[in-house]
Design a protein around this ligand. Structure first.
Ligand SMILES: C=C(C(=O)O)c1ccccc1
Length: 365
């Protein structure tokens, strides 16, 4: 039997298997005000067979949005919309965490309140793309704008946004939260040396670059009241969205040493092979991180049933997250149990749109 089918304990939760639905941006929060609804609830309920679902990245404040139609968790309507999602997932017997997100500089004035500049640790433009909505409602890919560096006095407000996002998500019925510090978004921009040129206590040294993600984690843990319901996602050596840390082994080993003892639900390490980058030396770095971190780890990055089996059997990770696998196969657990083949992924319907390529992938007969 594939070892990912073994049950697992995650904080206070008993998971029936070690198969995780990875956080997947799909840009389908279609109700006005970036509010999720019944279509999203159907999509997640179909995938409630996962040991744990991690929701798509969800912005904790309006400034945290970088792409059209991504959901937020900062308004009453959004909390009500997400409540439909968690209800459906729980009634289908599943468990779901929300991934808390702030895009930082991966945005554009067309998405920002009052047409302002996006915010970031430093005024350094990412060579990256976002997805904007024009006043006439049309939407398209756009180059990310030159951001404004956050004032030191604004950092407390950013931490507060994650705290209130955590409170709202728990009020919406989520079983826990994942802090998104991966893939070149705000918290990763603070972690990585090429995007963080600050001279205050949030930049420069290793300790200073790791400070914000640790402050955010502490605020979220305090809000939830149980560190076993809080996870963290990192993408060591990631270059998606134009981040590039000069010494990832030093940066991420230091960060993991600060995480030990916090009693987090898990540490989720992402190798976003879909996002370009060579990942030369990633497996060695990952092995070092696995030796450094004393808690539960989730590994994500292009997994098949076989690679997931090997990852768990070898002790490299305790759980495995599937992105593309869960997009195209709502009944992924049954397919892994029976050895059935997987549906082909339709890349043309990954982002935006409605039910097509979202809730219409066939389940096994
Ligand atoms: C939230 C994302 C991430 O974490 O990479 C994302 C956003 C847009 C497209 C793909 C992925």
């Amino acid at each position: 039997q594939n070892p990912v089918l073994k049950p697992a304990k995650l904080g206070p939760l008993d998971l029936p298997n070690r198969i995780v639905m990875a956080p997947l941006t799909r840009q389908r929060a279609l109700q006005p005000g970036n509010v999720p609804g019944p279509l999203n609830a159907e999509y997640y309920a179909q995938r409630a067979n996962a040991g744990l679902i991690i929701s798509e990245a969800t912005q904790v404040c309006p400034e945290g949005q970088g792409y059209a139609w991504t959901p937020g968790i900062h308004s009453r309507e959004q909390v009500e919309g997400w409540t439909q999602v968690t209800d459906r997932v729980h009634r289908a017997g599943g468990r779901i965490f929300m991934q808390l997100w702030h895009v930082g500089r991966i945005s554009h004035p067309l998405l920002q309140p009052g047409g302002a500049d996006p915010v970031a640790p430093s005024a350094i433009q990412a060579q990256a793309d976002c997805f904007v909505v024009e006043p006439d409602g049309s939407a398209h890919k756009a180059r990310t704008a030159m951001p404004r560096a956050l004032e030191t006095t604004e950092i407390a407000g950013v931490i507060e946004a994650y705290r209130s996002g955590a409170a709202n998500a728990m009020a919406a019925g989520f079983d826990g939260l994942e802090v998104h510090a991966a893939n070149g978004y705000l918290l990763d921009q603070f972690l990585c040396s090429n995007s963080n040129q600050r001279t205050d206590q949030y930049g420069g040294s290793l300790e200073n670059r790791a400070r914000l993600v640790l402050d955010v984690l502490d605020a979220v843990i305090e809000e939830v009241g149980d560190s076993g319901r809080v996870g963290l996602r990192l993408s060591p050596m990631g270059t998606f969205n134009d981040v590039n840390d000069a010494n990832p082994e030093e940066t991420f080993t230091y960060l993991l040493e600060q995480l030990n003892g916090k009693g987090l639900a898990y540490l989720h390490v992402n190798k976003p092979d879909w996002a370009g980058g060579t990942y030369e030396g990633f497996d060695e770095l990952y092995a070092t991180l696995r030796r450094t971190y004393s808690g539960t780890m989730i590994h994500c990055g292009g997994h098949t049933a076989e690679s997931a089996a090997e990852t768990v059997a070898s002790g490299q990770a305790d759980l495995v997250a599937f992105g593309r696998g869960y997009i195209a196969n709502p009944d992924l657990v049954a397919r892994i149990e029976t050895g059935a083949g997987w549906n082909n992924l339709d890349a043309s319907t990954l982002y935006g749109g409605g039910a097509k390529g979202y809730t219409d992938y066939p389940m096994m007969r």
